[in-house]
Design a protein around this ligand. Structure first.
Ligand SMILES: [Zn+2]
Ligand SMILES: [Zn+2]
Length: 120
């Protein structure tokens, strides 16, 4: 529900006839102030949010691994790379946000730089 910014009256829906098409507007019955109707839901303002970045787990790992750019100092571990079969990978821990204080172990292949997490 919206109110007229000029006089405070409750705005009412009105059909505005245009040359090509008619559209629904919110109109003040008192002073004829008009605003374009933003949505058909009518429940206040509709905030159009941009689609938030939704990363797949693999993409999220890549983001994390880019943040962990100083991996040259990271220790390596004898782990088999699931992509190229290399037997050595950098290993580091990332604290996962949330109630559980558990941290996730990540690996990055020293050969092909493929990054994955340990699924325990
Ligand atoms: Zn008004
Ligand atoms: Zn690899």
């Amino acid at each position: 529900m919206q109110f007229c910014p000029k006089c405070g009256m409750r705005l009412a829906l009105a059909i505005k006839e245009g040359k090509r098409s008619s559209r629904v507007v919110l109109k003040c019955p008192n002073c004829n102030y008009e605003v374009k109707s933003r949505s058909s839901s009518g429940e206040g303002e509709t905030v159009i949010r941009r689609p938030t970045e939704k990363l797949t787990p693999q993409e999220a790992i890549v983001v994390i691994s880019q943040r962990e750019a100083n991996l040259k100092t990271a220790p390596t571990q004898r782990v088999e790379c699931p992509r190229c079969g290399n037997k050595e990978a950098y290993v580091w821990m990332v604290q996962t946000r949330g109630a559980d204080e558990s941290s996730t172990q990540f690996f990055r292949c020293t050969k092909c730089r493929y990054t994955w997490r340990e699924y325990s």
